[in-house]
Write a protein that binds this ligand. Structure first.
Ligand code: BTN
Length: 324
């Protein structure tokens, strides 16, 4: 019902809507309306109340509820259905469950905070409330499973483009899908897949982006290697505005990716953002450490590396460190 009241209040941005009118529209008592207004105020909505004229919405908080996100969303299908939660263990886990139960392509799971936010390689993702973005999107691409890593590259490109469009700052992608700003990590992607040998059932595209965390909010272990958009620009970021840009980029890039013969376009964009060629790297992959120079990524998104002894190695999963 909160959503309903907000919809009615938004219809009259500069006018008051009488309590009587609201209670009539929602078929509830005036006292119930008053209680709901109180709850909305507690959530950060600034609602002016006048005994004679009724209620007027003055300002909305930067929440990620469907009623805050949807009115501005310009995508055709991405994020049109939103599953919103004040808190979750992990948006990826929730999206996975929803996908198992038949959720459709483009459905979005979003949480204000995560209690067990997950990162790659069994790491955790720090997910404090109301500051950042933690979201997962359900995709059902008709591609062979070996191409699934390309979805990660595509999403990294979309995220990098969104950061640039939104802030004017150009990030760097670190293979496979860390997004860095001024050498510190600002965003990470965790993609999970359910498939048969020759068919993908669904992919869960999980994205975490640090938007409004201050340096001191990061634990001392990650303070020097992690950052947020606010830390880099000095300005608070509107999360609901940022997510519009992000969802639009994701829809556009995913559409490019699915078009026949357009995989090279995604790889090209990824290469542009990663500038990986010739970088001295140390790669940890399945317990093995490889030191060498990055050569490129191949058409499946695997990293090609030339080791110190001149041997070419193909790495499908792992962690990269840039050597100086
Ligand atoms: C990484 O860089 O290690 C990946 C981090 C991915 C974090 C996001 S936050 C939303 C989604 N839900 C999760 O539990 N993880 C991803």
């Amino acid at each position: 019902m909160d959503e309903e009241i907000l919809t009615h209040l938004r219809e009259h941005p500069s006018d008051f809507l009488s309590g009587e009118e609201i209670s009539r529209r929602l078929k509830v008592s005036r006292t119930a309306v008053w209680k709901r207004m109180k709850r909305l105020r507690a959530l950060g909505y600034e609602i002016e109340a006048s005994t004679r004229s009724g209620y007027r919405l003055v300002r909305s908080p930067d929440l990620l509820t469907p009623s805050e996100i949807k009115p501005m969303l310009k995508t055709n299908w991405m994020g049109k259905k939103i599953h919103y939660f004040p808190t979750l263990d992990s948006t990826n886990s929730k999206a996975y469950q929803l996908a198992l139960n038949g959720a459709e392509e483009g459905e979005l799971v979003i949480a204000e905070s995560q209690e067990e936010g997950r990162g790659r390689l069994g790491r955790s993702w720090f997910s404090p409330p109301f500051l950042n973005l933690y979201l997962s999107i359900i995709l059902r691409p008709k591609i062979p499973p070996h191409q699934a890593p390309l979805i990660t590259l595509m999403a990294a490109v979309a995220t990098a483009e969104a950061i640039l469009k939104f802030s004017g700052l150009a990030p760097l992608i670190k293979w496979p899908n860390d997004i860095l700003l001024r050498d510190r990590k600002i965003a990470g992607l965790l993609n999970e897949i359910q498939s048969e040998m020759d068919r993908i059932h669904f992919v869960i595209l999980g994205i975490g982006i640090n938007l409004n965390m201050d340096a001191k909010m990061f634990s001392t272990e990650i303070r020097n290697v992690a950052t947020s958009l606010k830390r880099e620009t000095g300005e608070m970021v509107s999360r609901k505005d940022f997510i519009q840009t992000l969802l639009q980029e994701l829809e556009d890039w995913y559409t490019i990716f699915l078009k026949e013969g357009r995989v090279p376009a995604v790889l090209e964009a990824w290469r542009k953002w990663a500038q990986i060629k010739g970088k001295p790297v140390k790669v940890t992959s399945f317990g093995e450490t490889l030191v060498g120079v990055a050569v490129d990524i191949d058409s499946d998104g695997a990293l090609i590396l030339e080791t110190m002894s001149g041997e070419k190695r193909r790495v499908v999963a792992g962690d990269v460190e840039y050597r100086r």
